[in-house]
Write a protein that binds this ligand. Structure first.
Ligand SMILES: N[C@@H](CCC(=O)N[C@@H](CS)C(=O)NCC(=O)O)C(=O)O
Length: 221
């Protein structure tokens, strides 16, 4: 069975959401955040100490957007979550998968780190503010796409939406959602109403209870 190592609302949420959208069987291992310090035994599974880690037989993956691509291409033929190379939206789909992580999520990790994770004396409000602005400026690309279309690629819900919308979930946790431009805000509302999104949220709460872990949302760190 597919195994997913996950922290509440962290990037592994992309994989969890994909699994839920596709109705695949999986085992969820919930870890405290950051696992590197709070669950050092996890380093034996993933020496990086980061999540996600997806294990599927011999396959072990640690990049959240690549996991979305892997699951949708390997198991998702009927789901429509992958876009095939012969479809017109193929390039837009790949672009969205990478844009969600490399352009929209990475700058927010600096905001998270320098407002919440570092000890108080090492916090850097200027860095956090600069990278929050950097992230918000990068939303212009998404605003242009979702003011023309309900989804980011191929005119239907795909893994590209999961990658991009996860960055919006992180932004919400960091208190940036009230600065989303209007079409992005409406898109974010649509994404949160997806059954897979709701299922993934419920699955992490259930796993927290079963594994005796208190889920600490990022905005309460
Ligand atoms: N590019 C990777 C980044 C993985 C990553 O840095 N995950 C964060 C959580 S969102 C993490 O595990 N941070 C804890 C740490 O760095 O110790 C991905 O998309 O999965």
């Amino acid at each position: 069975m597919i195994e997913l190592y996950h922290c509440h609302d962290a990037r592994s949420f992309r994989a969890l959401w994909t699994l839920e959208e596709m109705g695949l069987a999986y085992r969820l291992h919930l870890l405290p955040f950051p696992p590197r310090f709070l669950a050092p035994e996890y380093l034996a599974q993933n020496p990086l100490g980061t999540i996600p880690l997806l294990v599927d037989g011999e396959t072990r993956m640690t990049e959240s957007s690549a996991i979305v691509e892997y699951l949708t291409r390997k198991y998702g033929a009927d789901s429509g979550l992958a876009v095939e190379p012969d479809e017109p939206g193929f390039g837009a789909w790949l672009n969205a998968l990478h844009f969600g992580e490399a352009t929209l999520t990475f700058p927010q990790t600096l905001v998270l780190r320098y407002t919440r994770l570092e000890p108080k004396e090492r916090r850097q409000p200027q860095v956090a503010d600069d990278y929050a602005k950097w992230f918000l400026a990068r939303l212009k690309g998404l605003e242009a796409i979702v003011s023309q279309s309900e989804f980011v690629a191929a005119g239907r819900f795909t893994g590209g939406d999961i990658s991009v919308a996860y960055a919006l979930l992180l932004a919400q946790s960091l208190g940036l959602a009230d600065r989303f431009p209007p079409a992005v805000a409406a898109y974010w509302d649509r994404m949160q109403a997806r059954p897979g999104f709701i299922g993934a949220k419920a699955a992490q709460v259930k796993a927290s209870a079963e594994q005796g872990l208190t889920a600490v949302p990022l905005d309460q760190l």
